[in-house]
Design a protein around this ligand. Structure first.
Ligand SMILES: CC(=O)N[C@@H](CCC[C@H](N)C(=O)O)C(=O)O
Length: 372
């Protein structure tokens, strides 16, 4: 196989990142490549900006699905790469360009070499939000074509190329987005007594929020509350009438997720009373945990341990989220971390994964899918 084409594909996809459910150019690019493959064994379907490609097995006993997410993030790329994002304010900062090119590499192999088992490649939109996995699972296509097993990967900048990390059971956290709008009364900067300042109110809220994980959650039951964005006001000498706080909640247990949301509700009520303002909370999209099936993951780990070019790491759970968890709620399978050796991590504008991981993973997954 000509592996360098998948590096070229990754670079082309890297230049056109699109946000969740807006991945029309990405879909067009993927479809154009998939239609250039031998069509003898494959059937293509689309769902919104996503794509299903079924590769008919020669003597199938099951359907094995492989899912790649296709959306980018709303962030500025800070690398000086010759193939950096051409879409201002958008970047493949979570490696979905790698996920797609690896999937195309594996698909290319099986479009040319019919597999024994039927394979279903799922190119899924909107993983970063608002979530494409759940509606895709409810699509007519997946209702009629339920796979028997499903796998997916996520790039891991902290591991070298050649390392695969995963674990049986819980891999990723439950997540909930968090958006809070505070509304008070604007006014002249010099007359604070006539106004009700939402920059101050939202700042108190963000400070109080820090006590939830440290004081309300069992330290042995990990949780994270991160505020990634605050906006408010219009000008430096106008007291802000409005402020908006945006964040995400991560927990390993659903019980802690409930507790955190209760505490946020109470803190927000306190801010409303204390600052005589009004506030509304929106929990946006929520993802369930990623829970790897014990038996299927165990077999994958045994497969990895027999490979001389793979370093297997049994990792801990991570507080990342992934709507792939919804697939795993209904279909046995697993997700794994793929080492890509970048000095900068996921969601960094400087993320620069090592492309040697692409041919390595195509080969590995082709071998694995032949062995299942
Ligand atoms: C692997 C990864 O980075 N996934 C994202 C998922 C985002 C979930 C949701 N939009 C949220 O922000 O809560 C992550 O940030 O972990």
């Amino acid at each position: 196989m000509n592996y360098s084409q998948f590096i070229d594909i990754r670079r082309e996809l890297h230049q056109i990142p699109e946000l969740g459910f807006e991945e029309w150019k990405t879909q067009e690019y993927l479809l154009s490549y998939i239609k250039s493959l031998p069509q003898q064994f494959i059937a293509i379907d689309t769902w919104k900006t996503g794509i299903f490609v079924k590769v008919q097995g020669s003597d199938p006993t099951k359907v094995i699905a492989y899912r790649a997410d296709i959306d980018g993030l709303p962030m500025e790329e800070e690398t000086n790469l010759s193939f950096k994002s051409k879409h201002e304010g958008k970047m493949h900062g979570c490696g979905h360009d790698f996920h797609m090119s690896i999937a195309l590499g594996v698909l290319t192999h099986f479009a040319n070499n019919q597999p024994k088992e039927t394979l279903l490649f799922i190119f899924q939109p909107a993983e970063e939000g608002p979530g494409g996995a759940q509606p895709m699972l409810n699509s007519d296509y997946l209702k009629a074509n339920r796979p028997d097993m499903i796998i997916a990967l996520h790039i891991a900048p902290e591991y070298p190329v050649g390392t695969i990390a995963t674990r049986k059971g819980l891999l990723f956290a439950n997540t909930s987005e968090l958006f809070i709008d505070f509304v008070g009364k604007g006014g002249h900067a010099a007359y604070p007594q006539t106004a009700n300042d939402m920059v101050v109110a939202s700042s108190y809220f963000v400070t109080q929020l820090q006590s939830i994980v440290s004081r309300n959650i069992d330290p042995l039951d990990s949780a994270v509350v991160t505020i990634g964005k605050i906006t408010g006001g219009t000008k430096q000498n106008i007291i802000a009438e409005k402020a908006r706080v945006e964040g995400t909640i991560r927990t390993l247990s659903l019980d802690s997720m409930g507790k955190i949301k209760d505490r946020i509700g109470n803190l927000v009520k306190g801010i409303e009373q204390g600052f005589e303002c009004s506030a509304s909370i929106d929990y946006g999209s929520n993802y369930c945990q990623v829970y790897n099936d014990e038996a299927v993951t165990g077999k994958f780990i045994s497969f990895l341990k027999k490979k001389s070019n793979v370093k297997f790491v049994e990792c801990n759970e991570a507080m990342t989220g992934e709507d792939f968890g919804y697939f795993l709620e209904e279909i046995p399978g697993f997700m794994f971390w793929l080492g890509v050796n970048s000095d900068y991590g996921l969601h960094s504008g400087l993320l620069n994964p090592d492309e040697d991981a692409i041919p390595f993973t195509i080969d590995l997954l082709v071998d694995y899918l032949k062995s299942v």
